[in-house]
Design a protein. Sequence first.
Length: 338
Amino acid sequence: MVQHAVVQVLNAIYEEDFLGFSYGFRPGRSQHDALDALWVGIMGKKVNWVLDADIRGFYDTIDHGWLMKFVEHRIADPRMLGLIRKWLRAGVSEDGRWSETKVGAPQGAVASPLLANAYLHYILDLWVNQWRRRHASGDCIVVRYADDFVVGFQHKHEAEQFLTGLKSRMAQFGLSLHPEKTRLIEFGRFADKNRRLREGCKPETFDFLGFTHICGKKHWSGGFIVKPLTSKTRLRAKLASIKEKLMQMRPLSIAQQGQWLRAVVQGWLNYHAVPGNHGRLAIFRLQAVRPWLRSLRRRSQRHRMSWERFGPLSDRWIPIPRILHPYPNQRFYAKHPK
């Protein structure tokens, strides 16, 4: 309760400071807002190269000394600062043993997302904003959600220069970029043509907030469009968890299983039902009901569930995939008319 009250106060203060391209854990901003901003940025600006960056073990490597310096830069109340210090040093209890935490944000704490945002605001956001004003001669876009961020560039040499400077900047505060999850790729309206002429292959893709972004073509004109598709890794992981849960729910009634599975599928659709992703939605629904059919068939060896009986049952309980979100530019410009 105390942390929640402190976060309410700090949010009112830091919302005046946080930059527009920061979307993670902020009031009135969501993951879809970050996805919309990324889509509009790539489609509306001259983006030819994309840096998909991820900070390695960010929440576990936050330096308490630097964090308190950043907080003290904005907060002067010693009682508030004392509370934050206590939360950072609360430690971790495992198997009845307490151990001190000298780095990192408390796992599961209400205040951790806000403190992490303030940490990255000074380390990353202000530096990025200053860098692109001083060094970028072409277009440059930035979208950050928590420790996952994407930077788009018009020129490759500027992207490489930025990546070198970013690594140096992170090292100053004990942070580093994840070598496998940080990539500089050619992406944009000319990527498909250039990659096919130069290497004879399709342009690369990148993942951001559960979606794999690909260089697609518009159905009506054949022009370039960014297509966000549900990440295959996230899709497989979710289907595996559904299968395991249905096996545990086998003794329950069909109605109880149907209610649970309907809630899970609907929750998935609420997030992933974006324009251009209908194919992955249909695959998810089909692959989600198949383990339910196998689970029902194993309940009895005499009266096995047939597809003829199961079809109406699945249609009754499991929602049909349909697009629930508007096009990114419509929602983005409705929220940011200027």
